[in-house]
Design a protein around this ligand. Structure first.
Ligand code: NAD
Length: 370
């Protein structure tokens, strides 16, 4: 089988869908072609791919393949170069109905890795987790870089410096890693989430959980989420959360927001009123900015200062850790490939398989996810 790895062209995308480690595993049985320079933004040279068994090709030859491994969905120009029937695997943005329809009309067999279900068998293919983990770490790094004070408490001959107070809103994969990273730097941490099991996880990392009690069975039920993901909480619960968060935000030096609800705008968790009440020089990193943001003042791809607060709106912080983000992503892709390559090294798309069913956007011209 011919498996190809194009260079990513979306602005700001630094990752690559295969690394020499994963190429080496595939090259024993398949022809692997890599576009010249595809790995460079992630610090992987063409020579490293060649040493792993790949063949380097120019951009004009990379689209002729049985399987194309991507980070982001191919754009219109790239799509036009892919022959019908080709399997395309990547973070193809399953909620983008226009893109799904375009890939269907191009006759592609498109598999969106963000849609991998949260079941034990699929854990090693879970790109949202592997990348959110990195984003959570990097969010603390960029916050610390902007914040004009120390993170840990310091006792010096010139006096004592207080530890930074960090507030984490949304404690999924990114939020947990943000807590762990801020803890390593010596910050004092509080966190909020809607889902009940999060309290114990937050406390086990040495942070304080901001408890917003559930007053009705409906609230308790919605807070359980679906398939590991949150659902929009009732207005009354959100109001009580917002009042508590407002008080905690006044004391915070850094707020990292990560709260997402799949396929919907991100919930507003840090209102303009709350930003106004924060200390000057404090920092907000809004990881949900591409879904509209958890703070209405955050701006996509920008750092702005509003009411004296630095608000960082970087949507894809994992791209700032390109080498490790690619290494983990490529392993997710390799594990996913094992699902669609049989013992005789042939391509088999088993539409009855739960993971394939969830990720398949289109095949043979048929649009399966609208
Ligand atoms: P996510 O990126 O979808 O959302 C981030 C967090 O925001 C979630 O914890 C969510 O509950 C929270 N959130 C949503 N609305 C909120 C609000 N109004 N206020 C506060 N917080 C809010 O979540 P995620 O990181 O993808 O992970 C969600 C869960 O799934 C985690 O517990 C994770 O450990 C679990 N998970 C399970 C598997 C598996 O079983 N295979 C794999 C990956 C993740």
């Amino acid at each position: 089988m011919r498996i190809s790895v194009p260079a990513e062209t979306r602005p700001g995308e630094t990752r690559v869908a295969a690394t020499p480690e994963t190429v080496k595993k595939l090259a024993a049985k398949h022809q692997i072609i890599v576009q010249s320079g595809a790995g460079l933004p992630a610090s992987v040279t063409d020579d490293a791919y060649v040493a792993a068994g790949a063949q380097i090709v120019p951009a004009s030859e990379v689209w002729a393949a049985d399987v194309i491994l991507k980070v982001r969905a191919p754009n219109a120009e790239e799509r036009a170069q892919i022959k019908p029937g080709t399997v395309v695997i990547g973070m193809l943005n399953p909620f983008d109905a226009d893109n799904n329809a375009a890939m269907a009309s191009a006759g592609l067999l498109a598999l969106a890795l963000e849609a991998v279900p949260r079941i034990t068998r699929a854990q090693s293919m879970d790109v949202l987790s592997s990348q959110a983990n990195i984003a959570g770490y990097k969010a603390v790094m960029v916050a610390a870089n902007t914040y004009q004070r120390f993170m840990p408490m310091l006792m010096t001959a010139a006096g004592t410096v207080k530890a930074a107070r960090v507030l984490i809103m949304g404690v999924g994969v990114a939020g947990l890693q943000a807590i762990a990273t801020a803890k390593r730097l010596g910050a004092v941490i509080e966190a909020s989430d809607v889902r009940p099991p999060v309290k114990e996880q937050v406390e086990s990392l040495g942070a304080k959980f901001i408890d917003v009690p559930y007053l009705t069975d409906e609230e308790k039920d919605i807070a359980q989420g679906v398939g590991g993901y949150a659902r929009p909480m009732p207005v009354d619960w959100m109001r009580r959360q917002s009042e508590l968060v407002h008080e905690r935000a006044k004391l915070a030096d850094i707020i990292i927001t990560t709260a997402l609800i799949p396929g919907r705008p991100a919930p507003v968790l840090i209102s303009e009123e709350t930003v106004k009440a924060m200390k000057p020089g404090s920092v907000i990193v809004d990881l949900a900015v591409s879904q509209g943001g958890n703070c209405p003042l955050s701006e996509l791809n920008k750092t702005v200062i509003r009411h004296g607060v630095h608000i960082i709106g970087e949507p894809d912080l994992a791209t700032h850790v390109a080498a490790d983000a690619s290494a983990l992503y490529a392993r997710n892709v390799l594990d996913f490939l094992k699902l669609i390559i049989d013992k005789e090294d042939k391509l088999v798309i088993d539409r009855e398989d739960e993971i394939i069913k969830a990720t398949l956007l289109c095949a043979g011209g048929e649009l399966l996810r609208k």
